[in-house]
Design a protein around this ligand. Structure first.
Ligand code: KG4
Ligand code: ZN
Length: 335
């Protein structure tokens, strides 16, 4: 089954074609992401109305480009999947409207996908993908969750952030130190030049049992350290390193606890912060030491993309799931 995936929940227009009839290595026939970063940069964050308008401009050309790259005609599509939430309502409606219209015209089924389920399943598109059960760490700009994946579609929340998401903490901390939007990857790059150990911030909520997170206090610690510092480029890098180490350690400690609690040895990591190199290295060591393994999607499939939506939608459509032909989105939605 060849399924078109459309992602427009925030500031990335993502389109992909996933073909369930192909082996894992070639099933992702093509995928393309257009990022609106430059558009929102001068405002220091995503402006919802501008995001919707840019999706309107970019989505149809991107669909055409993706089909060309896949060597397919539009009539070859057998299903259309789109992000139905959570996300910015206007942005979601652009994807939903185009997806539903296309599906209606082509007389194929369409399906709305939960954005975080897309992230969660993205690692399963890679070769040597694990089979459930496994533990998943979802770390994006809007979510930080530990989830027990018992089967595809069967998810149990083990813990989540009580305030900021990990990516949000990266972005806000970066902004505080004067780094341009989107700060997360910039802060991570800066941390590469930082001296480990010069600044040490706390590992929030690791000194008590439980699998929940809290990152907003960490942001305040960094603010105070930055304000009291000489604010030189080296100090900025050193603080970035201290912050990154604190977030990475905290995530790793909770992941290990979740593996222990669930009696499972396979960890899957998804969402934008999953692109963080130090997090990848740390979780790799931790899981190996336990005799298990960690699976990540390639970095391009960690951040928002259409491939994860095509894949999650294809699994649901193959399982026979149907939905009424209406354009409906759910901006706030628990998985
Ligand atoms: O999954 P995603 O693309 O969008 C959401 O669904 O939120 O995640 C974006 C988040 C942003 O907060 C961004 O700063 C963060 O992921 N991020 C990173 C890195 N790359 C992206 N955070 C830390 N290190 C990175 N290398
Ligand atoms: Zn996302």
């Amino acid at each position: 089954m060849k399924v078109l995936g459309i992602e427009t929940s925030c500031d990335e227009t993502g389109v992909a074609v996933y073909d369930t009839g192909q082996p894992a290595a070639t099933a992702l026939r093509a995928h393309a992401v257009y990022t609106q970063i430059a558009l929102h940069a001068e405002y220091g964050g995503v402006v919802p109305e501008l995001a919707s308008r840019d999706h309107v401009r970019k989505l149809l050309p991107l669909i055409r480009q993706t089909l060309d790259e896949a060597g397919l005609r539009i009539a070859d599509l057998q299903g259309v999947a789109y992000t139905a939430g959570p996300g910015l309502v206007g942005a979601l409606l652009v994807g939903a409207g185009v997806a539903r219209s296309l599906a209606w015209a082509l007389e194929v089924p369409a399906i709305g996908v939960h954005h975080m389920e897309g992230h969660l399943l993205a690692p399963l598109m890679e070769e040597n993908a694990p089979e459930p059960p496994f533990v998943a760490l979802l770390v994006s700009g809007g979510h930080t969750q530990l989830v027990a994946v018992e089967a595809i579609g069967q998810y149990r929340l083990l813990g989540e952030t009580l305030d900021d998401a990990a990516g949000e903490a990266f972005d806000k901390t970066a902004k505080m130190m004067g780094l341009p939007y989107p700060g997360g990857p910039q802060l991570a790059a800066l941390a590469e030049q930082g001296t480990p150990g010069r600044y040490r911030f706390s590992r929030p909520m690791t000194d008590r049992p439980g699998l929940d997170f809290s990152f907003s206090g960490l942001k305040t610690q960094v603010l105070l350290a930055w304000r009291d510092s000489d604010q030189s480029p080296q100090t900025r890098a050193d603080i970035a390193r201290g912050f990154e180490d604190a977030v990475v350690d905290t995530l790793a400690i909770k992941c290990e606890r979740a593996l222990e609690a669930s009696g499972c040895n396979v960890l899957v990591v998804a969402g934008g912060v999953g692109a963080n190199k130090r997090l990848r290295a740390k979780l790799d060591v931790m899981t190996r030491q336990r005799g298990g393994r960690v699976c990540f999607p390639r970095p391009a499939l960690c951040t928002d993309n259409g491939a994860m939506i095509a894949f999650a939608g294809a699994l649901r459509l193959q399982a026979g799931q149907h939905e009424p032909a209406q354009v409906k989105v759910t901006p706030r939605w628990d998985m």
